[in-house]
Design a protein around this ligand. Sequence first.
Ligand code: AMP
Ligand code: ZN
Length: 473
Amino acid sequence: MSATQEIRFFNSMGRKLERFEPLEAGKVRLYACGPTVYNHPHIGNHRTFLFEDFLRRGLRFLGYEVEQVMNLTDIDDKTIRGAQQNGVSLDEFTATYVDSFFEDLDALHVERAEHYPRATEHLPEMIALVERLLERGYAYTSDGSVFFRIAADDDYGRLSGVDLDHVRRGERVAQDEYDKEDVRDFVLWKAAKEGEPTWDSPWGPGRPGWHLECSAMSMKYLGESFDLHCGGVDNMFPHHENEIAQSESATGKPFVHTWLHAEHLIVDGQKMSKSLGNQYTLKDLLARGAEPRALRYLFLATHYRQRLNFSFEALKAAGAALKRIDEMRFRLAHATETEAPHEDVEQAARRLTDDFTAAVADDLNSSAALGAVFQFVKEVNKAIEDGRLGHGDRQRAVDALARVDQVLGVLDPAAWQEAAGGHGDDEIERKVRERQEARERRDFAASDRLRDELQALGVLVEDTPQGPRWRRA
Ligand code: AMP
Ligand code: ZN
């Protein structure tokens, strides 16, 4: 598809919907704040990562080339504390969680970004950025640390609208463990502390502040001005505000064109927390039998700017919704195509592509995109019921779904291609066998469910002394 559809994004900078156009025609440069690798990612983190995946896939679907960077925060108070508590090196400590992060991405079918830079591998870039800020009078040193001078930055606070004069001096800001006690200035470089890993710098041994890491790594890979920067809403202040201050003060150029922030995920109506025991990781959910694609579906069903309330019932409902799409696959495989042509499926496929494209381009309206898929399923089912599946329609329907699944990533494309061939008897025989096995172990709930599923496919099962026999109704 060519990049002709007008895209609108809600830019957190200015808080309004805007037409989006990349700085370079046809190519989008995108930075997403990545995980702090001190723990297994929780499902809140994954909400944000999956929103970013939808953004990436959506832009590609709309015809853009995407260059995406996601950093791995491996130097920060939490990773350092973790390494100390476990008596291992920082690299050794973070390696487990870096692996865990990538395992989760694979399980969730998240498309890989082009770059995953780590803070530990970008010290020279960070030091160079601090030097530029010192040269330009935006930073000062103090006891081996370097601080950003907020008073020198006239438009600090543009993104979040924070009014620092109202933030009392000496008050700690949000959860940022790097901010100086005096909140008006924030730390760029922290002087070495006893027992902590340190790196050499012109100001003595120490380590970078978290905000600095993202400024240095984003500009290294994407240039001093780039298109999109995203994260969860908690990143907006102070993290992104400080990134803007550092980057723009150093370069004198606009840092980022459009800022996108995903609202938080909560669990059963409550904020996730260790003490409530509701801070689930993906691994926790998988251990309880969750289907990754159902989780993807659940996340997509809520627009990224709305709070997402996770519950196990909602996850179950997401799985059931996917099943409704799967059922169409079986129907399609078993339906016969007529010799005479019909326009129903072709029209439905065109509508799906149009509506889906419009939804993605409308500030990533993932719930409307799913709505378009369900409309399509309804229309194809109707065509099957009415005997209006024309020659080639099976493949046409499958192709239309496969196209939108490039963005959704919740269907099983290989299984659909099989359905397009119209060989569905294996599936029926498997279900008949499973029903028989369920009956033999007297699991009547399962056998009734399977009978209903078979009925939905237009298959009747008869139990004979020789075993079950099936035929099409
Ligand atoms: P962290 O590993 O804490 O640096 O967070 C990684 C990403 O997850 C950041 O973009 C955060 O904004 C995001 N995030 C953290 N908590 C949540 C949550 N409850 N819901 C959605 N996103 C979150
Ligand atoms: Zn960041």
